[in-house]
Design a protein around this ligand. Structure first.
Ligand code: PHE
Length: 346
Protein backbone atom coordinates (compact mmCIF):
# COMPACT_ATOMS: atom_id res chain seq x y z
CA UNK A 1 0.00 0.00 0.00
CA UNK A 2 2.86 2.34 0.86
CA UNK A 3 4.30 1.69 -2.60
CA UNK A 4 1.01 2.39 -4.25
CA UNK A 5 0.66 5.71 -2.42
CA UNK A 6 4.23 6.73 -3.17
CA UNK A 7 3.77 5.98 -6.82
CA UNK A 8 0.55 7.98 -7.03
CA UNK A 9 2.16 10.95 -5.33
CA UNK A 10 5.44 10.96 -7.23
CA UNK A 11 3.56 10.70 -10.48
CA UNK A 12 1.48 13.71 -9.46
CA UNK A 13 4.59 15.60 -8.35
CA UNK A 14 6.31 14.90 -11.63
CA UNK A 15 3.27 16.14 -13.55
CA UNK A 16 2.97 19.23 -11.35
CA UNK A 17 5.98 20.88 -13.01
CA UNK A 18 4.06 21.18 -16.27
CA UNK A 19 0.92 22.72 -14.76
CA UNK A 20 0.42 26.29 -16.00
CA UNK A 21 -3.32 26.89 -16.16
CA UNK A 22 -6.32 26.33 -13.97
CA UNK A 23 -7.60 23.66 -16.41
CA UNK A 24 -4.34 21.73 -16.18
CA UNK A 25 -4.52 21.97 -12.39
CA UNK A 26 -8.09 20.63 -12.38
CA UNK A 27 -7.02 17.73 -14.60
CA UNK A 28 -4.19 16.81 -12.24
CA UNK A 29 -6.49 17.08 -9.26
CA UNK A 30 -8.94 14.72 -10.95
CA UNK A 31 -6.17 12.20 -11.70
CA UNK A 32 -5.19 12.24 -8.01
CA UNK A 33 -8.34 12.66 -5.92
CA UNK A 34 -11.17 12.52 -8.48
CA UNK A 35 -13.65 9.58 -8.48
CA UNK A 36 -11.19 7.62 -10.59
CA UNK A 37 -8.07 9.17 -9.09
CA UNK A 38 -5.01 7.23 -8.04
CA UNK A 39 -5.36 8.21 -4.36
CA UNK A 40 -9.05 7.47 -4.41
CA UNK A 41 -8.25 3.98 -5.68
CA UNK A 42 -6.02 3.37 -2.65
CA UNK A 43 -8.76 4.64 -0.34
CA UNK A 44 -11.07 2.00 -1.74
CA UNK A 45 -8.56 -0.71 -0.76
CA UNK A 46 -9.13 0.29 2.91
CA UNK A 47 -12.46 -1.49 2.88
CA UNK A 48 -10.77 -4.80 2.07
CA UNK A 49 -8.32 -4.62 4.99
CA UNK A 50 -8.69 -6.41 8.33
CA UNK A 51 -9.49 -4.50 11.48
CA UNK A 52 -5.87 -4.86 12.68
CA UNK A 53 -4.39 -3.54 9.48
CA UNK A 54 -6.62 -0.51 9.24
CA UNK A 55 -5.08 1.93 11.77
CA UNK A 56 -1.62 1.74 10.23
CA UNK A 57 -3.06 1.97 6.71
CA UNK A 58 -5.23 4.90 7.74
CA UNK A 59 -2.18 6.74 9.00
CA UNK A 60 -0.35 6.19 5.75
CA UNK A 61 -3.37 7.30 3.78
CA UNK A 62 -3.83 10.47 5.82
CA UNK A 63 -0.16 11.42 5.40
CA UNK A 64 -0.49 10.86 1.66
CA UNK A 65 -3.64 12.97 1.50
CA UNK A 66 -1.91 15.81 3.34
CA UNK A 67 0.98 15.64 0.84
CA UNK A 68 -1.49 15.73 -2.03
CA UNK A 69 -3.35 18.69 -0.54
CA UNK A 70 -0.12 20.64 -0.04
CA UNK A 71 0.89 19.91 -3.61
CA UNK A 72 -2.46 21.08 -5.00
CA UNK A 73 -2.54 24.20 -2.80
CA UNK A 74 0.98 25.15 -3.94
CA UNK A 75 -0.04 24.67 -7.55
CA UNK A 76 -3.20 26.74 -7.05
CA UNK A 77 -1.28 29.76 -5.76
CA UNK A 78 1.21 29.39 -8.62
CA UNK A 79 -1.66 29.38 -11.14
CA UNK A 80 -3.36 32.36 -9.45
CA UNK A 81 -0.13 34.33 -9.53
CA UNK A 82 0.26 33.59 -13.22
CA UNK A 83 -3.35 34.68 -13.88
CA UNK A 84 -2.80 37.95 -12.00
CA UNK A 85 0.43 38.67 -13.86
CA UNK A 86 -1.36 38.04 -17.16
CA UNK A 87 -4.16 40.43 -16.16
CA UNK A 88 -1.67 43.15 -15.16
CA UNK A 89 0.26 42.91 -18.39
CA UNK A 90 4.01 43.28 -18.69
CA UNK A 91 5.99 43.97 -15.55
CA UNK A 92 5.98 47.63 -14.49
CA UNK A 93 8.53 49.48 -12.38
CA UNK A 94 6.51 52.37 -10.95
CA UNK A 95 9.68 54.11 -9.79
CA UNK A 96 10.93 54.66 -13.34
CA UNK A 97 10.13 58.02 -14.96
CA UNK A 98 7.35 57.78 -17.50
CA UNK A 99 8.71 57.81 -21.05
CA UNK A 100 6.07 60.32 -22.09
CA UNK A 101 5.80 62.67 -19.10
CA UNK A 102 5.63 66.03 -20.84
CA UNK A 103 6.77 68.87 -18.63
CA UNK A 104 4.15 71.60 -18.30
CA UNK A 105 4.96 75.20 -19.12
CA UNK A 106 3.83 78.43 -17.57
CA UNK A 107 0.84 80.11 -19.16
CA UNK A 108 1.84 82.90 -21.58
CA UNK A 109 0.12 85.47 -19.38
CA UNK A 110 2.06 84.26 -16.35
CA UNK A 111 5.32 84.56 -18.24
CA UNK A 112 4.41 88.01 -19.50
CA UNK A 113 3.57 89.07 -15.95
CA UNK A 114 6.85 87.74 -14.56
CA UNK A 115 8.86 89.49 -17.29
CA UNK A 116 7.05 92.80 -16.71
CA UNK A 117 7.59 92.60 -12.95
CA UNK A 118 11.25 91.66 -13.39
CA UNK A 119 11.75 94.71 -15.61
CA UNK A 120 10.32 97.10 -13.03
CA UNK A 121 12.24 95.40 -10.23
CA UNK A 122 15.39 96.50 -11.99
CA UNK A 123 14.24 100.06 -11.36
CA UNK A 124 13.61 99.46 -7.67
CA UNK A 125 9.87 98.77 -7.84
CA UNK A 126 8.54 96.16 -5.42
CA UNK A 127 5.43 94.04 -5.90
CA UNK A 128 2.24 95.01 -4.07
CA UNK A 129 -1.17 93.39 -4.11
CA UNK A 130 -4.76 94.29 -3.37
CA UNK A 131 -8.10 92.49 -3.21
CA UNK A 132 -10.12 91.56 -6.32
CA UNK A 133 -13.32 92.29 -4.41
CA UNK A 134 -12.92 96.01 -3.78
CA UNK A 135 -14.94 98.78 -2.20
CA UNK A 136 -16.48 101.49 -4.32
CA UNK A 137 -14.44 104.03 -2.34
CA UNK A 138 -11.03 102.43 -3.08
CA UNK A 139 -11.87 101.70 -6.70
CA UNK A 140 -13.52 105.05 -7.54
CA UNK A 141 -13.99 107.79 -4.91
CA UNK A 142 -10.41 107.88 -3.69
CA UNK A 143 -9.32 107.90 -7.34
CA UNK A 144 -11.23 111.10 -7.97
CA UNK A 145 -13.91 109.27 -9.92
CA UNK A 146 -17.19 110.84 -8.80
CA UNK A 147 -20.48 109.06 -8.29
CA UNK A 148 -21.87 110.24 -11.65
CA UNK A 149 -18.88 108.94 -13.61
CA UNK A 150 -19.88 106.42 -16.32
CA UNK A 151 -17.41 103.83 -14.99
CA UNK A 152 -19.61 103.57 -11.90
CA UNK A 153 -22.62 102.68 -13.99
CA UNK A 154 -24.09 99.23 -13.37
CA UNK A 155 -23.58 98.69 -17.09
CA UNK A 156 -19.80 98.83 -16.77
CA UNK A 157 -19.00 97.54 -13.33
CA UNK A 158 -19.88 94.26 -11.64
CA UNK A 159 -21.33 95.09 -8.20
CA UNK A 160 -21.75 92.51 -5.48
CA UNK A 161 -25.05 92.04 -3.67
CA UNK A 162 -25.53 94.34 -0.66
CA UNK A 163 -25.41 91.33 1.67
CA UNK A 164 -21.91 90.39 0.48
CA UNK A 165 -19.03 90.95 2.93
CA UNK A 166 -15.33 90.59 2.27
CA UNK A 167 -12.65 90.32 4.92
CA UNK A 168 -10.03 91.19 2.27
CA UNK A 169 -11.58 94.53 1.41
CA UNK A 170 -12.27 96.51 4.57
CA UNK A 171 -14.74 99.30 3.85
CA UNK A 172 -14.62 102.94 4.89
CA UNK A 173 -18.31 103.08 5.63
CA UNK A 174 -21.30 101.44 4.02
CA UNK A 175 -20.08 101.74 0.44
CA UNK A 176 -20.88 99.01 -2.09
CA UNK A 177 -18.52 96.18 -2.91
CA UNK A 178 -17.61 95.42 -6.49
CA UNK A 179 -15.15 93.46 -8.59
CA UNK A 180 -12.31 95.88 -9.22
CA UNK A 181 -12.35 97.35 -12.70
CA UNK A 182 -8.65 98.19 -12.62
CA UNK A 183 -5.62 97.69 -10.38
CA UNK A 184 -5.51 101.43 -9.62
CA UNK A 185 -7.24 100.61 -6.33
CA UNK A 186 -3.92 99.13 -5.21
CA UNK A 187 -2.43 102.63 -5.54
CA UNK A 188 -4.91 103.76 -2.91
CA UNK A 189 -4.35 100.85 -0.54
CA UNK A 190 -0.59 101.25 -0.83
CA UNK A 191 -0.61 104.99 -0.09
CA UNK A 192 -2.96 104.47 2.84
CA UNK A 193 -0.89 101.65 4.25
CA UNK A 194 2.67 102.90 3.89
CA UNK A 195 4.58 106.15 3.97
CA UNK A 196 6.39 107.42 0.88
CA UNK A 197 8.81 107.15 -0.82
CA UNK A 198 6.93 104.34 -2.56
CA UNK A 199 7.72 102.46 -5.72
CA UNK A 200 5.34 99.56 -6.38
CA UNK A 201 4.06 97.40 -9.22
CA UNK A 202 0.77 95.61 -8.61
CA UNK A 203 -0.23 92.73 -10.87
CA UNK A 204 -3.78 91.49 -10.73
CA UNK A 205 -7.05 90.36 -12.21
CA UNK A 206 -9.65 92.94 -13.16
CA UNK A 207 -13.29 92.64 -14.15
CA UNK A 208 -15.54 94.66 -16.39
CA UNK A 209 -19.01 94.14 -17.62
CA UNK A 210 -17.83 93.90 -21.22
CA UNK A 211 -19.28 91.80 -24.00
CA UNK A 212 -16.58 89.30 -24.90
CA UNK A 213 -15.04 89.65 -28.35
CA UNK A 214 -11.59 89.42 -29.95
CA UNK A 215 -10.24 92.33 -27.93
CA UNK A 216 -12.48 92.39 -24.85
CA UNK A 217 -12.78 90.02 -21.95
CA UNK A 218 -14.92 90.48 -18.86
CA UNK A 219 -11.91 89.29 -16.93
CA UNK A 220 -8.39 90.44 -17.76
CA UNK A 221 -5.08 91.24 -16.11
CA UNK A 222 -3.28 94.48 -15.40
CA UNK A 223 -0.05 95.63 -13.85
CA UNK A 224 -0.29 98.92 -12.02
CA UNK A 225 2.71 101.08 -11.29
CA UNK A 226 3.04 103.83 -8.69
CA UNK A 227 6.01 105.92 -7.68
CA UNK A 228 5.53 108.54 -4.97
CA UNK A 229 8.40 110.66 -3.73
CA UNK A 230 9.45 114.28 -3.41
CA UNK A 231 9.38 115.91 -6.87
CA UNK A 232 8.59 112.98 -9.14
CA UNK A 233 8.20 114.46 -12.63
CA UNK A 234 7.06 113.71 -16.15
CA UNK A 235 10.71 113.08 -17.01
CA UNK A 236 10.65 110.19 -14.52
CA UNK A 237 7.47 108.88 -16.09
CA UNK A 238 9.06 108.89 -19.53
CA UNK A 239 12.29 107.38 -18.24
CA UNK A 240 10.57 104.52 -16.44
CA UNK A 241 8.22 103.67 -19.32
CA UNK A 242 10.89 104.00 -22.03
CA UNK A 243 13.04 101.58 -20.10
CA UNK A 244 10.12 99.16 -19.79
CA UNK A 245 9.29 99.34 -23.50
CA UNK A 246 12.90 98.82 -24.63
CA UNK A 247 13.34 95.86 -22.26
CA UNK A 248 10.08 94.34 -23.47
CA UNK A 249 10.02 95.08 -27.19
CA UNK A 250 13.72 95.57 -27.94
CA UNK A 251 16.06 98.56 -28.31
CA UNK A 252 14.51 99.65 -31.62
CA UNK A 253 11.07 100.25 -30.10
CA UNK A 254 10.04 103.93 -29.95
CA UNK A 255 7.52 105.44 -27.57
CA UNK A 256 5.26 108.47 -27.59
CA UNK A 257 2.92 109.94 -25.00
CA UNK A 258 -0.46 111.02 -26.33
CA UNK A 259 -2.59 113.34 -24.14
CA UNK A 260 -5.56 111.51 -22.66
CA UNK A 261 -7.79 111.62 -19.60
CA UNK A 262 -8.04 109.61 -16.42
CA UNK A 263 -9.76 111.04 -13.33
CA UNK A 264 -6.83 110.04 -11.13
CA UNK A 265 -3.90 111.45 -13.11
CA UNK A 266 -3.14 114.99 -14.19
CA UNK A 267 -1.82 115.30 -16.78
CA UNK A 268 -2.86 111.97 -18.28
CA UNK A 269 -1.45 110.14 -21.28
CA UNK A 270 -1.73 107.10 -23.34
CA UNK A 271 1.57 105.60 -24.35
CA UNK A 272 2.04 104.26 -27.86
CA UNK A 273 4.89 102.17 -29.14
CA UNK A 274 6.26 101.64 -32.63
CA UNK A 275 8.69 98.89 -33.49
CA UNK A 276 10.15 97.34 -36.65
CA UNK A 277 10.00 93.87 -35.04
CA UNK A 278 6.28 93.32 -34.51
CA UNK A 279 5.38 91.23 -37.54
CA UNK A 280 2.42 92.63 -39.42
CA UNK A 281 2.05 95.35 -36.76
CA UNK A 282 5.56 96.65 -37.45
CA UNK A 283 5.93 100.36 -38.07
CA UNK A 284 2.50 101.30 -36.67
CA UNK A 285 1.83 103.30 -33.52
CA UNK A 286 0.12 100.96 -31.06
CA UNK A 287 -1.43 101.94 -27.76
CA UNK A 288 0.00 99.95 -24.85
CA UNK A 289 -0.84 101.67 -21.58
CA UNK A 290 -2.38 104.56 -19.67
CA UNK A 291 -0.31 106.77 -17.38
CA UNK A 292 0.15 110.19 -15.86
CA UNK A 293 1.15 112.12 -12.78
CA UNK A 294 -0.91 111.28 -9.71
CA UNK A 295 -3.71 113.83 -9.32
CA UNK A 296 -3.20 115.89 -6.13
CA UNK A 297 -6.79 115.02 -5.13
CA UNK A 298 -5.80 111.36 -5.03
CA UNK A 299 -2.78 112.10 -2.82
CA UNK A 300 -5.06 114.06 -0.50
CA UNK A 301 -7.68 111.29 -0.36
CA UNK A 302 -4.87 108.96 0.69
CA UNK A 303 -3.64 111.32 3.39
CA UNK A 304 -0.58 112.67 1.59
CA UNK A 305 0.18 116.38 1.32
CA UNK A 306 0.44 117.28 -2.39
CA UNK A 307 2.74 120.17 -1.47
CA UNK A 308 5.27 117.65 -0.23
CA UNK A 309 4.68 114.58 -2.38
CA UNK A 310 4.18 113.94 -6.05
CA UNK A 311 3.79 110.74 -7.98
CA UNK A 312 3.56 108.99 -11.28
CA UNK A 313 1.26 106.10 -12.10
CA UNK A 314 0.67 103.79 -15.00
CA UNK A 315 -1.54 100.81 -15.76
CA UNK A 316 -0.97 98.28 -18.48
CA UNK A 317 -2.95 95.29 -19.72
CA UNK A 318 -0.99 92.06 -19.67
CA UNK A 319 -3.12 90.53 -22.42
CA UNK A 320 -2.37 93.48 -24.66
CA UNK A 321 1.40 93.25 -24.08
CA UNK A 322 1.37 89.48 -24.72
CA UNK A 323 -0.79 89.91 -27.85
CA UNK A 324 1.60 92.48 -29.31
CA UNK A 325 4.65 90.43 -28.44
CA UNK A 326 3.37 87.19 -29.94
CA UNK A 327 1.15 88.52 -32.72
CA UNK A 328 -2.01 87.07 -31.13
CA UNK A 329 -5.17 88.43 -32.72
CA UNK A 330 -7.84 87.17 -30.32
CA UNK A 331 -7.81 87.65 -26.55
CA UNK A 332 -10.00 84.57 -26.09
CA UNK A 333 -7.03 82.31 -26.96
CA UNK A 334 -5.59 83.06 -23.51
CA UNK A 335 -8.52 81.49 -21.71
CA UNK A 336 -9.44 78.58 -24.00
CA UNK A 337 -6.42 76.52 -22.89
CA UNK A 338 -6.06 74.93 -26.30
CA UNK A 339 -2.77 73.02 -26.01
CA UNK A 340 -1.85 73.85 -29.61
CA UNK A 341 -1.93 77.54 -28.70
CA UNK A 342 -0.11 77.11 -25.40
CA UNK A 343 2.61 74.93 -26.97
CA UNK A 344 3.17 77.42 -29.74
CA UNK A 345 4.08 80.07 -27.20
CA UNK A 346 6.11 77.79 -24.93
N1 PHE B 1 -6.56 102.40 -14.52
C1 PHE B 1 -6.45 102.79 -15.90
C2 PHE B 1 -7.23 101.80 -16.76
O1 PHE B 1 -7.63 100.78 -16.28
C3 PHE B 1 -5.01 102.80 -16.34
C4 PHE B 1 -4.19 103.86 -15.62
C5 PHE B 1 -3.49 103.51 -14.48
C6 PHE B 1 -4.09 105.13 -16.12
C7 PHE B 1 -2.71 104.46 -13.84
C8 PHE B 1 -3.32 106.09 -15.49
C9 PHE B 1 -2.63 105.73 -14.35
O2 PHE B 1 -7.46 102.03 -17.92
Amino acid sequence: MQDQLDRALSEAEAAAGAVRTRAELEALKARLVGPNGSLTAVTKVMGTLSKEERPAAGKLLNAAKARAEALLAGLLSKVEEAELAAALGPEVDPTLPSPDAPAGVLHPLTRTRERVLATFRKLGFVVAEGPEVETEWHCFDALNTPADHPARDMQDTLYLPASFRSADAPRKGEEALLLRTHTSSVQVRTMLGRKPPLRIVAPGRCFRRDAVDATHSANFHQVEGLWVDRSVTLADLRGVLDFFVKETFGPDAETRLRPSFFPFTEPSFEMDIRSPDLGRLSGRWLEILGCGLVDPKVLEACGLDPAEWSGLAFGLGLERIAMLQHGIDDIRHFYANDLRFLRQLA
